[in-house]
Design a protein around this ligand. Structure first.
Ligand code: SAM
Length: 252
């Protein structure tokens, strides 16, 4: 079984011997690979939907890993009990949904040592949730696969993180007088901006196109609130463009 590059990079972030929960596991590809490689000593594959739940059960049974991997049907973190796992992966959903899964499962996170998250969109929402709940982003990866760009965000609880949130999101000046504010770091990724690859530039150029579309559509309304929103998005576009111009071009 060969993992996609995206799942492989998530897999590579898992510490050896973890007790893993993969939430929204679909075909349970990640827990099967993690148990086979020794990254996970045991795993829970959580799925809310019946089709993917059955697919996960079949995958685990075909792999002969029923002893090490439990497939459970349920919403988000309700499939694990407090203290049962120490690493949680949640991949392939929107950032808002991942944040809501974490939010609704807060009590299950108390003994968790690492979250490895791969939002498809809304990365800023997720980074804000982590910041507000004393989780520190310790690593970020950016990759392109099949024409899509993905971010992988790894976070640790503040108490055991090697770095503090104050440092991660400390506003920093770029050459040319532009300042990377906390807001921009939350949007663009505090580590990704420090090593901006071609994929990073491609992602933000495409985000700017989408934001211009947002301005166009809200500008059609003559309500004051829409005008204010359009002006806010235009300011964001200008800030993003300034940052992109000032960042050094780094090869991957
Ligand atoms: N994690 C796999 C990956 O990255 O390749 C599968 C991603 S798939 C696009 C998203 C999966 O999350 C679906 O199988 C869906 O059923 C599941 N899902 C969505 N919301 C969920 C929730 N609240 N709790 C558990 N699973 C959920």
């Amino acid at each position: 079984m060969k993992l996609s590059n995206r799942l492989q990079q998530i897999h590579d972030q898992i510490p050896e011997g973890s007790r893993l929960a993969d939430i929204g596991s679909d075909h349970a590809l990640l827990p099967v690979a993690a148990v086979r490689s020794g990254k996970a000593a045991s795993a829970v594959a959580g799925e809310v939907n019946p089709g993917p739940y059955e697919a996960a059960r079949k995958q685990v049974s075909d792999a002969g890993l029923q002893e090490q991997i439990t497939v459970r049907r349920g919403d988000g973190l309700e499939v694990v009990s407090a203290g049962e796992v120490d690493v949680i992966t949640i991949a392939g959903m929107g950032g808002a949904l991942i944040a809501s899964i974490l939010d609704r499962g807060l009590s299950k996170l108390e003994e968790v040592k690492m979250l490895i998250l791969q939002p498809n969109v809304g990365e800023d929402i997720l980074r804000r949730w982590l910041l507000d709940h004393q989780w520190v982003v310790v690593a970020e990866r950016l990759l392109e696969e099949d024409g899509k760009i993905y971010e992988i965000i790894t976070a640790m609880p503040q108490a055991s993180s090697p770095i503090a949130n104050e440092e991660v999101y400390l506003a920093r000046p770029l050459e040319g007088g532009v300042v990377l504010t906390k807001d921009l770091l939350l949007r663009m990724g505090p580590y990704l901006v420090d090593r901006p690859t071609d994929v990073f530039f491609a992602k933000w150029e495409s985000e700017i196109v989408k934001l211009k579309g947002v301005v166009q559509s809200i500008s059609k309304s003559d309500q004051d609130s829409s005008r204010e929103k359009a002006a806010e998005v235009e300011r964001l576009i200008a800030n993003l463009k300034e940052v992109l111009e000032c960042l050094p071009k780094v090869k991957p």
